[in-house]
Design a protein around this ligand. Structure first.
Ligand SMILES: Cc1cc2nc3c(=O)[nH]c(=O)nc-3n(C[C@H](O)[C@H](O)[C@H](O)COP(=O)(O)OP(=O)(O)OC[C@H]3O[C@@H](n4cnc5c(N)ncnc54)[C@H](O)[C@@H]3O)c2cc1C
Length: 543
């Protein structure tokens, strides 16, 4: 056989009607609703910085690193070759690159290192941008960011650790005397997860600290340098800072039993850990462990909202991009009226999520504790719950290609549920809304004050808000109704934000479908008459 016949490419056809890859784009600047929200919520000064983040996370080598970090998940190494316990997790180098870049960009620290107004909003926009490219490594980035407010309860530990936690460096080695550090959290136990008061890990005083014995059922990013851990004492639950390496350089007891084999979030290790006379230092007051760690949880919940909004944006960007470049039945998909409806509906959901997330971030900047308290729980419940359904529908917009790993859509889909499950699952957040309303009624007034900034602008929103007020007139069976109440609170805030700030086409579609009941249960059921084309154009990345 002639050599040419063997080596020549085997070609039966030309490849046509396939979509160009959505790559090498600025994930921030091409996200128009986010760019607008950054200005509106008070961090216009960070625009170029966000664009830098957008360019870095939207191009190579980031795209490859994001794939690799998930394709080659972390491995547990309990012992070294000689049989000594080491309790380490080995990550693919790509994971370390992701951690390094997020650290250098200050995604874990900006509000604590900048004295500019709007630093939370700026960080939120950055997180909402990088989170589109890779979500798993965001777990330790978020926990490190969120630990800082909790450490304020213990000034000596704050002074010792916060400079390391906010350093723009990443050093994955476990050793004493490092200039930078990452922080995790360990609350959840087998016998009672959401119900942390059922924890059985015990802490007993010993010298200048405590010795902790017990277990944690979920402890993510176990290669962090330090953890905030809940444990029981004679005075009730306490919050303890547990370092992995002691000041003399020896290892603290932190036995990693196994890593969880998770649905998604695969670049991030989540472990089961045993404490056995493990050294810890008290953070805050004994018996006040929950209020202390709740400071951390409020900030991780903020990031659950931001992370979900990020995933939703990336899902919509891929769906609109695909539909703009693929034809079927003689027309580009985006020109098929029913596909326009699906894309516009998804885009409205994504824009509503971004608007809520960024307004919430401003409440953190302004230390608006009343609004922040309620809107965090409402946002955590609602935005995180909306993400999985949206990820599926966006995947379907890509047809069979969307179901294939190369498209990135399966990773988004697997990632989507976790933000609702961890940091307080759906019901727990819905009940937290009721708790906030019962204990701090001022939170509801602050919430309505924000919603009613749009009063009179859209009759559908006004009617919806009046109906929402009625929900609180009768508190009969309120726990049973909690999810419905929280949904309505979320929709009222999103409606108010879109009516005030989004283009009329987006606000109109939201009010018609989400507030006035003129939308169906699946995406793609916006009523005829909405300007779907304008909505889709706004949400299609322009390269
Ligand atoms: C990938 C991953 C990583 C994690 N990493 C960490 C970590 O690093 N540190 C950490 O501490 N935890 C971590 N967690 C644990 C997580 O925070 C918990 O799984 C979560 O808070 C739920 O607790 P649980 O699993 O014990 O479920 P449960 O508390 O048993 O809840 C089960 C279900 O019951 C519902 N429920 C609970 N109470 C009520 C009620 N009163 N009324 C109605 N419904 C109720 C919940 O909403 C939930 O749907 C992680 C979880 C996952 C999935």
């Amino acid at each position: 056989m002639a050599v040419d016949a063997v080596t020549a490419p085997f070609t039966t056809h030309e490849v046509t009607n396939q979509v160009p890859p959505l790559q090498d784009l600025d994930l921030f600047s091409t996200n128009v609703p986010l760019v607008e929200a950054l200005e509106r919520e008070g961090a216009g000064w960070a625009r170029e910085r966000c664009a830098e983040v957008g360019r870095a996370w939207g191009g190579e080598p980031l795209t490859t690193w994001a794939f690799q970090a998930n394709e080659y998940p972390p491995k547990l190494r309990t012992h070294d070759r000689f049989g000594h316990r080491i309790d380490e997790v080995e990550y693919h180098p790509a994971y370390h690159q992701l951690m390094r870049l997020s650290s250098e960009q200050g995604l874990h620290a900006l509000p604590w290192t900048s004295d500019r107004d709007g630093a939370h909003v700026a960080r939120a926009a950055m997180y909402l941008t990088s989170g589109q490219a890779e979500a798993g490594h965001g777990c330790p980035i978020t926990m490190t960011f969120a630990a800082v407010p909790a450490l304020r309860h213990q000034p000596d530990l704050y002074e010792e650790w916060v400079p390391k936690l906010t350093a723009h460096a990443y050093d994955p080695e476990l050793r004493a005397g490092k200039d930078s550090a990452k922080c995790g959290m360990a609350m959840t136990e087998k016998q009672g997860g959401s119900d942390v008061r059922a924890n059985t890990t015990r802490a007993v005083p010993d010298g200048d600290g405590y010795r902790l014995t017990g277990h944690k059922w979920f402890c993510s990013a176990p290669m962090c340098d330090v953890f905030l851990v809940l444990a029981q004492t004679d005075e009730g639950l306490g919050c303890f800072l547990v370092p992995r390496v002691l000041p003399d350089g020896t290892r603290n007891t932190f036995r990693l039993q196994r890593l969880k084999d998770k649905l998604g979030n695969r670049s991030n290790a989540s472990s089961e850990v045993e404490f056995d006379q493990t050294y810890g230092q008290l953070v805050g007051e004994l018996g006040r462990g929950v209020p202390t760690i709740i400071e951390m949880v409020a900030h991780t919940r903020l990031d659950c909202v931001l992370g979900s909004a990020a995933g939703m944006r990336w899902a919509v960007a891929n769906a609109t991009w695909h539909a703009a470049h693929r034809a079927a039945f003689g027309k580009t998909l985006v020109d098929q009226p029913l596909m326009q409806n699906v894309l516009a509906d998804l885009a409205v959901e994504s824009e509503a999520a971004t608007a809520l997330a960024m307004r919430l971030a401003r409440a953190y900047d302004e230390e608006d504790t009343a609004l922040r308290r309620l809107a965090t729980a409402v946002g955590k419940y609602w935005v995180c719950k909306r993400y999985p359904g949206l990820a599926f529908e966006a995947m379907e917009c890509l047809g069979g290609n969307g179901y294939v790993e190369d498209s990135g859509m399966p990773r988004l889909y697997r990632e989507a549920p976790v933000n609702s499950i961890w940091e307080g699952s759906g019901n727990v957040n819905a009940l937290d809304v009721l708790r906030a309303l019962a204990k701090q009624p001022a939170t509801l007034e602050a919430y309505f004050a924000e919603v009613e900034l749009a009063a009179g602008a859209d009759a559908r929103l006004d009617a919806f808000v009046a109906g929402l007020r009625d929900e609180f007139a009768d508190l009969e069976a309120v726990e049973m109704r909690a999810r419905r109440i929280v949904e309505k609170l979320a929709l009222a805030l999103q409606g108010s934000l879109l009516v005030r700030h989004a283009p009329p086409a987006v606000a109109d579609a939201f009010c018609a479908s989400r507030l006035a009941g003129d939308g169906g249960l699946n995406y793609g059921t916006l009523p005829a008459g909405v300007d779907a084309r304008a909505i889709v154009e706004r949400h299609t990345p322009a390269l």
